[in-house]
Design a protein. Structure first.
Length: 449
């Protein structure tokens, strides 16, 4: 049995307290999507754990009673589970989720926040597997940093309660704040940056890094939100459980389309000072020195780089990194990849889904030579699209331009090549209507081979 632990931050009608005075409350909802990577039918069971550690296995998982728990998922198939449609036996609240299957699976979760009256927040992150990780690393954590605030959800991936410790850093190896809490089995601890238990308290205007440590396996997401922007913004990513001397970031922007710009947070998780060189696909490069546990912040909004480009980060210590993007209205974040694969999968892609959502899949060729890169959408295996991509280059596959996909389509997708690839998925609401706020979200693709 293979279990994928998914950190579902919040579900139906959760009232999340924000950490600064005068701000309005955000109501959070969630959905998550699972895809079967195996060659046979998968029996998938979904279990929910509340903050006290109580387990719930609701049945059915949809409002119409057609999705049982467990359910069967065919090879390459995907399933969306929307929290507000889960059985009424599951009380409103914040939950962590454990997905168990007899075939290899991957999953992503989507979060949507609503701030009265109509300001929206959207984020997405990848599920985590228990691979024995007792440390997780967060290269970007904020407290009142240009109105950005972090909300950490930390899941205990074991079947017994255990203490979890979070340590915060800013520019050096010195710990500037620390907090420990006992977390029930499979449950999650939701930590805001104004928690009175963080000793000493984090300063205002804080942008740093953090580590999460426990005696057993843990997983963590960072949900960064900004209520200072008139339209609201949210950036969500999964904490890394291991580092690499080489990282790849397939999508960065420098005033792309006159709107989108990026930032890059690179954390040194080694024991010595790191010399780090960032090679950009537009031919530029830079070198930085980063202290152990600390992170470097790079911002791309001067028009110096190409509007759309990729990066290869190389260092002499193990590194983790996240890339952020914002248009001033919408924001998104993803984790830079430590390695590539000749086949990548996404649990979710959409074309005018519910009349609003389209998908852009951005794929970087990290091989030493140019190669054809192809995409195949679930249910359309005879309509593969292929594009020749230069070494280090990037291509965007946009569902809105795939004429063979019908409107209101959603499903999984597979990208493949003879060279190793890394990729991200951007989901965009292109018809937000009268609502304002953040309608973009992004996550890293999974290796499929």
């Amino acid at each position: 049995m293979k279990a994928l632990k998914v950190l579902a931050l919040a579900m139906l009608m959760v009232m999340v307290a924000v950490p600064f005075a005068g701000a309005q409350t955000i109501t959070w909802n969630s959905s998550f999507t699972v895809v079967n990577l195996g060659s046979a039918d998968a029996a998938v069971t979904v279990a929910f754990y509340d903050e006290a550690g109580a387990e719930y296995i609701p049945n059915p998982l949809d409002a119409g009673g057609t999705l049982p728990n467990p359910f069967t998922l065919g090879p390459g198939g995907s399933m969306i589970i929307v929290m507000q449609f889960v059985s009424a036996s599951l009380p409103d609240g914040r939950y962590s989720v454990v997905l168990s299957a007899d075939q290899p699976i991957v999953a992503i979760a989507n979060l949507q926040g609503l701030q009265d009256p109509t300001v929206n927040y959207n984020g997405s992150y990848s599920g985590s597997e228990d691979v024995g990780q007792t440390m997780a690393y967060l290269p970007s954590v904020s407290n009142a940093f240009y109105d950005w605030y972090s909300h950490l959800s930390i899941q205990n991936l074991t079947d017994a309660a255990m203490d979890v410790t979070v340590r915060f850093y800013q520019g050096s190896v010195d710990v500037i704040g620390e907090i420990t809490k006992e977390v029930p089995a499979y449950s999650s601890w939701h930590l805001t940056m104004d928690d009175a238990g963080i000793t000493p308290a984090l300063p205002a205007d804080y942008n740093g890094s953090a580590t999460v440590e426990a005696a057993g396996p843990v997983a963590v997401i960072n949900n960064d939100y900004n209520q200072g922007m008139s339209l609201g913004a949210e950036q969500t990513y999964t904490g890394a459980v291991a580092g690499s001397n080489d990282l790849y970031c397939p999508g960065l922007y420098d005033m792309f389309l006159g709107l989108w710009y990026s930032s890059l947070n690179v954390q040194n998780i080694g024991t010595d000072e790191a010399t780090v060189t960032i090679w950009y696909s537009d031919g530029m490069s830079e070198t930085q020195t980063i202290a152990p546990s600390a992170a470097y912040l790079g911002v791309y909004m001067s028009g110096t780089h190409d509007g759309f480009f990729s990066a290869h980060i190389a260092g002499d210590q193990p590194l983790v990194a996240v890339a952020n993007a914002t248009s001033g209205a919408s924001s998104q974040t993803y984790e830079c990849a430590a390695a590539g694969a000749t086949e990548l999968r996404t649990p979710l892609a959409m074309k005018w889904f519910i009349g609003q959502y389209n998908t852009g899949i951005q794929v970087q060729n990290i091989g030493a030579t140019a190669a054809d890169v192809c995409i195949e959408y679930e249910g359309y295996t005879d309509d593969d699209e292929c594009v020749n991509v230069a070494a280090g280059g990037v291509n965007i596959f946009a569902t809105s331009y795939a004429s063979y996909l019908p409107d209101n389509w959603s499903g999984s997708a597979r990208v493949y090549s003879v060279n190793d690839l890394v990729g991200i998925v951007n989901q965009n609401n292109e018809l937000p209507g009268e609502a304002t706020g953040d309608f973009a979200l992004s996550f890293l693709m999974f290796a499929g081979n």
